[in-house]
Structures are given as C-alpha cells and as structure tokens.
Design a protein around this ligand. Sequence first.
Ligand code: LLP
Length: 384
Amino acid sequence: MTQFPIKEFEQIRTPFYYYDLNLLQKTLEEINKYSAKENYHVHYAIKANANSEILRIIKEAGLGIDCVSGGEVQTALNAGFEPSKIVFAGVGKSDWEIELGLDNNISCFNVESSAELDVIQEIAEAKGKTANVALRVNPNVDAHTHHYITTGLAENKFGISLELLDKVIERCITSPNINLQGLHFHIGSQITINEPFKHLCGKINDIQKYYESQGIKFDSINVGGGLGIDYDNPDANPIPDFKSYFETFDTHLKLRDGQQLHFELGRSVVGQCGSLITKVLYVKEGLKKKFAIVDAGFTELIRPALYEAHHLIENISNQDEATDVYDVVGPICESSDRFGEEEKLPITKRGDLLALRSAGAYGEIMASQYNCRQLPKSYFNTNL
Ligand code: LLP
C-alpha cells in the first residue's frame, strides 16, 4: 500500500485531492521514452485534469494539449502551452470557440461534421485566415469498454462515418480557407488491451490505401487517446504499459514518408497520481449491512455513480489485521452516491481517513457543487 503522509493529512479539511507529482513525473518520462520518434507528438487530453500544478509539470515534459472546448483552449494558453501544440476537437464547437482557436493560431481543429467544416470556413474567411483541420473519422472499432465511454462505433454521435468521408474531404479541398492536414480517430477510453488499437491501425491502413489510390495524401494521422489504467492494482501498476502501447502503433500502423503521428492521452497520464482523501463520518449499522458514511460524495468523484466504475478504497488510518465488510457511501441525497459495496476494510471507525485511489483522471475536473457543496482543495506531495 502506498504510504500517505497521514500526520499531515490529519491537519487538512477533508475531502481533498492528493497528487503524487513524483509519480506524474515518472509517468511522463516513460511516455517520452517510448514516443521519442521525431514524427510522434503526444498531446495531453486536458479534459482528464486541468489542475494548474499538474499542467505545469506536463508542459515542462514537453507534451502538447488536446482540447474539447474554448475553456480548455484558454486554460491551455494560460498555462503557457504553445498554440502550435494545441489541437481542438469536439462535436459542438460554438462560433466563439472557433474564433478563439483561429485568433490564437492553434495547430489543428479536429472536425466532426460537414456542417462544422462550413462554419469554420466561413469564420476563417472573415478573418482572412486558414484553418488547419483533421477530419475525425468514426472507424467503427469496438473498444470493449463501458458503453458511456466508447466513441468509435458506427451509431455514435462522434466523428464522420466512413461512407460520408469522401464528400467531406471533397468539401475541404474546395474550401479556400481550409487546409486539410489529416485524419483523426478516437475509439474510446479505459482500453486495457492492445487489440482495439491494433484493429484501429488496420482500419487506418485501409483508409490510407484507399485515399492514396485517389491521389489524396495526409500530412498527419491522429489516433486519439484511450489507454487505460489498472484501477484494481494501482500500486502494482502505477504506470501504464506505454512501451507496448506505442509499439502497437510502431508495428501495425503504416505511416507514409514524412507523415506525423499524434496521440491524445488523458487518463493514462494523470490517473494513478491522484487520490481522493475522505473522512469516515459515521459507521451506521443497518439490518444486514454496515455503512461507512464518508464526507466525499459523487460531487468529488462521479465515476462510480456515472459509469459504475470502481476505485480501490483503502483505510489509511488503520491497517489492522481484523476486517469487516462495509458499503462505502457519501453524504449526497441520492442512492447512486456510493463508492463501494461490500468492501472488505480493516475495522473502520469515525474519523478514519480513506483513500479512493486512481482518482487523478476525471476526478477533480468532474467535481460539482450539487447540494451546494464546496469544491475541494488539492494538495501535492511536494507541499505537505
Ligand atoms: N481524445 C478524444 C477525442 C477524447 O474524446 C478523449 C476522451 C481523449 C482523447 C482522452 O481519452 P483518455 O486517454 O483519457 O481515455 N469521464 C470518463 C472518460 C471520458 C473520456 C472522453 N474522451 C471517465 O471518467 O471514464
């Protein structure tokens, strides 16, 4: 079990997020080590966590940014990321968001429909600018992940169906203020086997071959994100297997001469470095169950309620041998406000601190103020 600075934690108001920046640093070193090819570009998907300290470290490591809103573009710019390393995706970009991207000369818009392309053309023309775009293709690849976080299947709202791609490419070519840079893909999130990525490579190879026969070449391919983390064993697997992830693309994706390859990794970069620390308020004895009622709820970590996800729960105040079984629930007035059912924990009592592990991605950033709760603070191993 990870050693947490429990004495320091006891002085802090709970709940709070705790980040191990050494682990983040090591994770980034691994990413850089295995993606060191000159034509590989890793963009951090800022949607996973936009904490300023985390962004600072990611920027220092040299990654670019993948955004899905004007707010994210602005946050990335404020954090000092170079516009030339920012890509901007999303099915519903507002006019002001497109303007923001153009005004700041971001490197690429990942375009999801013909209708969006027309609006970008119109706005770019009015500004006398050229917009670099990549078309997001829906490759119909099953990511074998939770249905809420799979995005590459045919019936999904994301991307352009292969059947319609010819027309949209044609439209790019005839739009004077559009520069078609390449194709973009993203098949889903929390993918823990390489098979779906291999499958994606095969699809991309076929698509490239087809367009080459039409005389169309792309400068860049963007394969999105999606690499998962080990939620069950964060201590055994604190850093995802970036070696085999990048090797899958090295081996199976046939890039053309000079072609650039972009990645958009979110969860795998920041997931394991964060924990949500919460205090046990009461142990409530029910008829058949014991409830450990904690002071964090789905307002601080929504993944269990929203995706039926499970985060490892540890009692970090008490590591006694004697255990009992608890449902670990939050204080929000909704039955879905539950972190775990029948969790085997050391005998747990009021005042104990629990760590909800692997909360670095889609934890703090998805926090809400439902029930008029305050957004929690974040702390780092470096300032405790
Ligand atoms: N690129 C695009 C176009 C995306 O839509 C996403 C995530 C990513 C990259 C980054 O994916 P990652 O490497 O983090 O898997 N809130 C959910 C996850 C939603 C992911 C949405 N798109 C969760 O907590 O599981």
